[in-house]
Ligand binder design. Structure first.
Ligand SMILES: NC(=O)c1ccc[n+]([C@@H]2O[C@H](COP(=O)([O-])OP(=O)(O)OC[C@H]3O[C@@H](n4cnc5c(N)ncnc54)[C@H](O)[C@@H]3O)[C@@H](O)[C@H]2O)c1
Length: 267
């Protein structure tokens, strides 16, 4: 069975993906928080991706990488993204290239398009990026680094711009971009296994009654979502009308991120 390195494995997405990927790969689970309840076929590596020596150790002997770990949040300063989101992503890509790892899955975010008003296009798939935060800007960098390594070294990279991966759909904005864990796992496996992957960008979204993303490239690679966001509404689901009109994020792809002031880089 091939071995997969998952970074940020103790987080929401990593924890949801583990049982779905475990039947197909040995999992090497890296995080600076402890990874709970290791199952057969899983090993944990505790440490910070900002340590290049740790990254090289983590990458040695793996067949593919799923890079989830990052610093995030609407208010995060640029400075706080530099080490974990820029440096660490480059450490991983370079270590992967040195070790001959052929597959690299990078989880980006719908926030790379978050600054758009959600009524400004029918589908946003092919719009130029409009990141809504320093977090989202770092994802744009990660996407570009993936493409650069793919073109330069022939590594197959697969960027998944995740919509929302919460267990249930909490409001009308997220209804348009929610993904189930099993649909996300299906996409991750396409990224790791499909022979046509070179440096693709797809959307990590299930079906939706009002989708923001068409996801043509994922579908062309065989993606068939099993779930529809409309069937997974949370108990306290907020319709568009119920979302406060004063909520500055209601009308933006990136929600509240789009209305959160950027902290100064000058001071
Ligand atoms: N959850 C969502 O709805 C969502 C939406 C869009 C994109 N994403 C993307 O998916 C990925 C996973 O998101 P998540 O919701 O699981 O986040 P999370 O915060 O729950 O998990 C991230 C994990 O990474 C670890 N981590 C962070 N920096 C690290 C470092 N330098 N070294 C080692 N470990 C580190 C954290 O300890 C944490 O366990 C992220 O890249 C995120 O941008 C998630």
């Amino acid at each position: 069975m091939p071995t997969l390195l998952i970074t940020g494995a103790a987080g929401i997405v990593g924890t949801a993906l583990r049982p779905l990927l475990r039947p197909h790969y040995h999992l090497r689970l890296l995080d600076y928080r402890p990874v709970e309840a290791l199952a057969e076929g899983e090993t944990a590596l505790l440490g910070n991706l900002t340590d290049p020596a740790l990254v090289q150790q983590a990458v040695e002997g793996v067949d593919g990488i799923v890079h989830l770990a990052c610093a995030h949040g609407p208010q995060i300063s640029f400075q706080r993204t530099v080490e974990p989101n820029y440096h660490a992503t480059l450490y991983l890509l370079e270590a992967a290239q040195r070790c001959g790892v052929q597959r690299f899955v990078f989880t980006s975010s719908h926030h790379v398009l978050g600054q758009y008003r959600s009524d400004s296009a029918e589908f946003f798939d092919d719009m130029p990026v409009a990141p809504d935060s320093y977090y989202a800007m770092s994802k744009v960098f990660g996407e570009g680094a993936c493409t650069a390594f793919a073109e330069r070294y022939g590594m197959a990279t697969f960027v998944i711009r995740i919509g929302n991966a919460d267990p249930q759909v909490s409001d009308a904005r997220r209804l348009r971009m929610w993904t189930s864990a099993r649909d996300l796992a299906q996409l991750v496996r396409i990224g790791l296994e499909h022979p046509a992957v070179r440096h693709d960008i797809v959307y990590g979204v299930s079906e939706s009654p009002q989708p923001l993303f068409h996801n043509q490239r994922a579908r062309a690679l065989g993606y068939q979502p099993q779930d529809n966001a409309a069937d997974h509404l949370a108990a306290g689901y907020l319709s568009y009308e119920a979302m406060s009109a004063s909520d500055s994020g209601r009308d933006y792809v990136g929600g509240a991120y789009a209305g959160t002031p950027l902290t100064s880089t000058l001071e």
